[in-house]
Structures are given as structure tokens and as C-alpha cells.
Design a protein around this ligand. Structure first.
Ligand code: FAD
Ligand code: ZN
Length: 225
């Protein structure tokens, strides 16, 4: 079976995001996938990129450079345990699903912190090993998120794909990870109970044929044309 890592960023299990997570775990498990969840708030995941991420001596203690220090620490096996654990989960996964509510046209800080701390140079990318040459090849990613704004509002305020450029292209594609179509549930707080159930069913349905999907062509055209 395939291995799936779901990185989940919502504080409340009873939330709509919590329901989307539950559905993904149940459906993918039913398919025979082995599913791991990183429930970032429950884990009290540290989002800050600090000196504490390096165990032992610094490469240059005169002037701290997070990128250089984590790269050096990765090479000598000196990254903090929580980061190493997440890297292990990423390494083993065939598919990364990110489940979150949209915060300020972006992912919540705790999830951004996961990206900052886990996708270290040497592990996820390297000098001249980026984008199609990134180090996390043969993996898929899927951004599944909810919004406050309605689909109609987003349609009149510019394509929602613009927001996905930094996440899908700037992070996943940069690391060599292929990107599946995002899954967006618009305004779960403001639609009817019936519509909410419909959106949850649509997610179950999509997951049923997920492994047959082709990745998007993650190039500027997909986002800005
Ligand atoms: P919830 O409020 O948890 O769920 C909505 C409803 O669904 C609830 O009534 C819940 O009980 C119900 N529900 C849960 N499970 C089920 C189920 N199984 N069946 C039926 N009903 C169910 N929005 C934007 O569009 N753009 C932004 O830039 C943006 N920035 C934000 C920044 C911040 C700091 C914050 C706090 C919010 C922002 N928002 C923004 C809004 C945010 O994206 C939405 O509030 C969020 O996506 C809603 O998802 P939720 O899971 O929290 O919803
Ligand atoms: Zn891209």
C-alpha cells in the first residue's frame, strides 16, 4: 500500500478541517494505504526557526545563519529530534496532504513553520538540486484547505491560484515534489448544512480516485494565465 503523511493544522477536532482530516484518514486507510498524521497544534509543534534546532556546536557561532547551520547540522545528524522525526515521515511518504484553513491568503503560521524547519537544505533540496531536480522526487503533494470567503467572491477578486504559487511552486515544486490539483472547500462556516455534507462527500469521492490523477503542470502558466 501507499504511504500518506497528512500534515494537519487546525486546533479543533470538531471543525470542518477536522472532518476533512477524519475522512482522509478513513478513506485512505480503507484503500490499504498507511496513513500518518502530524497534528501540529496537538503536537505543540514549534514553528520558530531558531538556534534550538541545532544540537551541539554551531558551524559558525560568531554570526548565526539558520540556513547554513541547519544544512551543516543535517549533514552531521545534528538536527533537533522533532525535525528529524518529521523528515523521516516525509522521506517515507508517497503523498503529502496539507490540511488547513486559509489564514491571510496563506497557510497558518504553525504549518509555515513546519515547512521552514523540516524542509532543510541537504534533505529537501541542495545546491543546483531544486525544482524538477529537487531531492524529494517521486512524491506527490496535495493542498487541501478551507476558506472564509465564498467561491463567488474569490472569482471576482482574482484567481485563487495566485495564492498557491508560493506554496505549491515555491515550496513543493522547489523540493522536487509533484503537485496534485488543490482541494478547496469554500466558506464552510457560511453555507448550509446540506452544502457542507456535499463538500465532505466530494472529498471522499475525490480520494477514491486520487491515485489515478496526473500532477498539474506546475509552471507559471498554471497560476497566472
Ligand atoms: P469551522 O468553523 O470549524 O466549520 C464550519 C462549520 O462546519 C461549523 O459550523 C462546524 O460545526 C461545521 N462542521 C464541522 N464538521 C462537520 C460535519 N462533519 N458535517 C457538517 N458540518 C460540519 N479566509 C479567507 O478566505 N481568506 C483569508 O485570508 C483568511 N484569513 C484568515 C486569517 C485568520 C487569522 C483567521 C482566524 C481566519 C481567516 N480566514 C480567511 C477564515 C478561515 O479560512 C475560515 O474561518 C476557515 O477556513 C473555516 O474552516 P474551519 O475548519 O475553521 O471551519
Ligand atoms: Zn512549479
Amino acid at each position: 500500500g501507499k504511504k500518506v503523511l497528512i500534515v494537519y493544522a487546525h486546533q479543533e477536532p470538531k471543525s470542518f478541517n477536522g472532518s476533512l482530516l477524519k475522512i482522509a484518514v478513513e478513506e485512505l486507510t480503507k484503500q490499504g494505504c498507511s496513513v500518518t498524521v502530524s497534528d501540529l497544534y496537538a503536537m505543540q509543534f514549534e514553528p520558530r526557526a531558531t538556534r534550538n534546532d541545532i544540537v551541539g556546536r554551531l558551524h559558525n557561532s560568531e554570526a548565526f545563519n539558520y540556513g547554513v547551520e541547519t544544512w551543516e547540522a543535517y549533514k552531521r545528524g545534528g538536527l533537533s529530534r522533532d525535525v528529524v522525526e518529521e523528515q523521516k515521515k516525509v522521506q517515507e511518504a508517497d503523498l503529502l496532504i496539507f490540511q488547513f484553513p486559509l489564514f491571510w491568503f496563506n497557510m497558518p503560521a504553525i504549518l509555515k513553520g513546519w515547512m521552514d524547519r523540516v524542509l532543510v537544505q541537504g534533505f529537501a533540496y541542495d545546491l543546483s538540486k531544486a525544482y524538477d531536480g529537487g531531492l524529494l522526487q517521486d512524491k506527490l503533494s496535495l493542498f487541501s484547505f478551507t476558506t472564509g470567503g465564498s467561491k463567488e467572491k474569490y472569482a471576482t477578486r482574482g484567481d485563487i491560484r495566485y495564492l498557491l504559487w508560493p506554496m505549491q511552486h515555491g515550496i513543493m515544486h522547489f523540493c522536487g515534489v509533484k503537485v496534485l490539483e488543490p482541494h478547496i472547500c469554500y466558506a464552510p462556516e457560511n453555507v448550509s448544512e446540506e452544502k457542507r455534507k456535499e463538500m465532505l462527500t466530494a472529498w471522499t469521492q475525490r480520494l477514491k480516485t486520487l491515485w489515478k490523477e496526473e500532477p498539474i503542470d506546475c509552471s507559471p502558466e498554471w497560476y497566472f494565465k
